[in-house]
Design a protein around this ligand. Structure first.
Ligand code: AMP
Length: 360
C-alpha cells in the first residue's frame, strides 16, 4: 500500500446521498476521527444531522458538486442511483470510491446481470423485454414463465416488478410498468436468500463478512441472521461470488451481492449494491468491524478490519409503525436499538433496526 494514497484520520469524507446508510457511515467515520460532509438534494437529511457539513443541492448542479468536492479528501456514495454524471463531475477534483462502473451497472438490471454472468457468477435465467415481439418470443421459451418482470431502472424494495404466470399476464404487466425496458427473470423456487458483503481496499485486498441469511416480505428485507446455517459449500460459493464481483468491478469500497439458494444447493445471484447494505447492519453490534467502518477504511486506504462475527445475531428492520415499539426494545437486554431519526413513520419506510446479539 503506498502511503501517499492514505487519507488519514482528521481528513474529511464526502458522502453523496443523505439517508440512513450515509448517517451510519458518518457515525463510523466520526468514531475513527474523520469529518463527513453530506451532499443531498433533500432537506432534512438524517445523514447531515450527524455530519460536520451539508451541501443541499441537486445532482445536476455542477458548481455545487465542484464546491463539495473541493471541501473533502475522498468521496463515497450511499446509494447506487446517484447519476453517473455527478460522480464524474466530482472525480475531476477528488477521488470517488467506488467509482462510476459499479453504479453504471447497478442502475440497470440487464447490464448488471450480463456483467455477473460474464464473471462466471450464476443467475436465474433472464430475457430482455423491450417490445411486444420480445413478449411473444419470451412466452415461447421453455422455462421463461412463470417469472418476475422487473423494470431495468428505478426499481427497489420490490417496486417496479410483477410476478407473471403466462404470456397474457406478461403482456399486461409490461403495459402496467409503462412499456419500459424490462427484464423477465425465471421465478426461482429458493430455499432461502443470502447476501455477501465484500470490502476491497486500495491495495486490492478483499474481505467478505460472514454470509447473512435474509428474509424479505413484500420485496423488503425484514431480517438477517448470522451465521446463515447453510452447508459449507453453499457459503463458500456465496463468498466466492462476492469476491469475484468486488474484483471484477475493480472496486475500492463495499459491495453487497444478494443471492438465492435453491433446495439443491445452487447459488444464484439476484442483484448487487456497491455500498453498505441493510443486510450488513448486524455488523455494527456483532462483528469486530462494522460494514460502515470497513467502508471508511477501504475508501481512505487504511488496512481493512477483521470480519470475525463476535456472536450470533439477528437483525430485524423496524418498518413504519414498528419503530413506535422502541420502549419494548430498550427493555430487552439482548436488543441493540438503532433509530434513524426520520420523523413520522410511513408504511413501508425503514425507520430503524434492532439487532439481537445472541449467546454463542
Ligand atoms: P429485487 O427487487 O430484485 O431485490 O427483488 C426483491 C425480492 O423479490 C427478492 O429479495 C426476492 O425475495 C424476490 N424475488 C426477486 N426476484 C426473484 C426471482 N427471480 N425468483 C424468486 N423471487 C424473486
Amino acid at each position: 500500500m503506498s502511503s501517499s494514497r492514505i487519507i488519514p484520520p482528521g481528513s474529511t469524507i464526502g458522502i453523496l446521498g443523505g439517508g440512513q446508510l450515509g448517517r451510519m457511515t458518518a457515525q463510523a467515520a466520526a468514531r475513527l476521527g474523520y469529518r463527513s460532509i453530506v451532499y443531498a438534494p433533500d432537506e432534512p437529511s438524517i445523514a447531515a444531522e450527524v455530519s460536520a457539513g451539508f451541501v443541499r443541492a441537486g445532482y445536476d448542479d455542477e458548481a455545487a458538486l465542484a464546491a463539495f468536492a473541493r471541501q473533502v479528501d475522498v468521496i463515497t456514495y450511499e446509494f447506487e442511483n446517484v447519476p453517473e454524471a455527478a460522480v464524474l463531475e466530482c472525480q475531476k477534483l477528488t477521488p470517488v470510491r467506488p467509482g462510476t462502473l459499479p453504479i453504471h451497472l447497478a442502475q440497470h438490471r440487464l447490464r448488471e446481470k450480463d456483467f455477473l454472468r460474464q464473471l462466471g457468477i450464476g443467475t436465474a435465467d433472464y430475457l430482455p423485454i423491450r417490445s411486444e415481439a420480445d413478449i411473444a418470443a419470451a412466452a415461447a421459451v421453455p422455462g421463461a414463465l412463470p417469472g418476475i418482470l422487473k423494470t431495468c431502472t428505478e426499481g427497489y424494495d420490490g417496486k417496479g416488478q410483477a410476478r407473471v404466470a403466462d404470456g397474457a399476464a406478461l403482456a399486461a404487466a409490461w403495459a402496467d410498468l409503462g412499456r419500459r425496458e424490462c427484464v423477465l427473470e425465471a421465478l426461482v423456487p429458493f430455499r432461502c436468500e443470502v447476501s455477501a458483503i465484500v470490502a476491497r481496499g486500495l491495495d486490492g485486498e478483499t474481505r467478505c463478512f460472514p454470509i447473512g441469511r435474509n428474509e424479505h416480505r413484500d420485496g423488503i428485507l425484514r431480517t438477517t441472521v448470522v451465521p446463515a446455517d447453510l452447508p459449507p459449500d453453499v457459503l463458500a460459493t456465496a463468498e466466492r461470488y462476492g469476491v469475484l464481483l468486488a474484483e471484477g468491478l475493480d472496486l475500492v469500497g463495499l459491495v453487497a451481492l444478494e443471492m438465492f439458494v435453491t433446495a439443491d444447493g445452487r447459488v444464484l445471484a439476484n442483484e448487487f449494491a456497491p455500498r453498505p447494505h441493510n443486510s450488513g447492519h448486524w455488523s455494527i453490534d456483532a462483528c469486530a468491524t462494522s460494514q460502515f467502518e470497513q467502508l471508511v477504511r477501504a475508501v481512505c486506504g487504511l488496512p481493512l478490519g477483521s470480519v470475525e462475527a463476535l456472536a450470533p445475531s439477528r437483525m430485524e428492520n423496524l418498518i413504519g409503525d414498528e419503530a413506535l415499539d422502541w420502549p419494548r426494545y430498550l427493555a430487552e437486554p439482548a436488543a441493540r436499538l438503532h433509530l434513524y431519526g426520520k420523523g413520522a413513520p410511513r408504511p413501508g419506510r425503514k425507520m430503524g433496526h434492532v439487532t439481537y446479539v445472541l449467546r454463542p
